[in-house]
Design a protein around this ligand. Structure first.
Ligand code: FES
Length: 167
């Protein structure tokens, strides 16, 4: 039988092996904790360097010239979720976001109404809700003319339902 003398204690091979196993287990457990901690720290550093930022387009944008829209037309500005409605006397902009749960309404030229494909809300050409679950009209956005003659939409400013940019 193999024996060793540790301090004043005489250990046999089983005890030696058990202590060695415990020592190795502690060693790898410490490494595991260290690697886990380093991983969390590393992830925090990466998150600090590359924070979660949502880059949204500006709320103010140009939507072409008034003459680009024919009288009576409703045009969706792609990527902006805004309808430009051209009337004889001017132009107005409606939000293309249903006031129920935010789906994008669709303009039906033949019926002259907006219909929301999600839950069936209906809006007039002026954006007024008249059927379905939408609780409010489609917001109308402020418009102005840019110095170079373009319609400028400001989605951050909601205006009254009778606002019209004369153009
Ligand atoms: S999101 Fe338009 S009716 Fe529900």
């Amino acid at each position: 039988m193999v024996k060793a003398i540790v301090g004043a204690e005489v250990l046999d091979a089983k005890k030696i092996a058990r202590r060695e196993a415990i020592r190795k287990g502690l060693f790898w457990a410490c490494w595991g904790v260290f690697i886990g901690f380093a991983g969390v720290l590393g992830a925090s550093v990466v998150r600090f360097i590359y924070p979660r930022i949502v880059f949204e387009p500006s709320s103010i944008f140009k939507a072409g010239k008034p003459d680009d829209y024919k009288a009576g037309s409703v045009t969706l500005v792609t990527g902006r979720r805004v309808f430009i409605v051209r009337m004889d006397k001017g132009v107005y902009a409606l939000s293309a976001k249903c006031t129920h749960l935010g789906c994008q309404p669709i303009w039906y030229e033949d019926q002259q109404i907006f219909k929301c494909p999600c839950h069936g809300a209906r809006f007039t050409k002026e954006g007024i809700n008249f059927a379905g679950p939408a609780p409010l009209p489609l917001p109308r956005f402020y418009l102005s003319m840019s110095p170079d003659g373009h319609i400028q939409v400001d989605k951050s400013r909601v205006v009254s339902m009778d606002f019209l940019l004369e153009a």
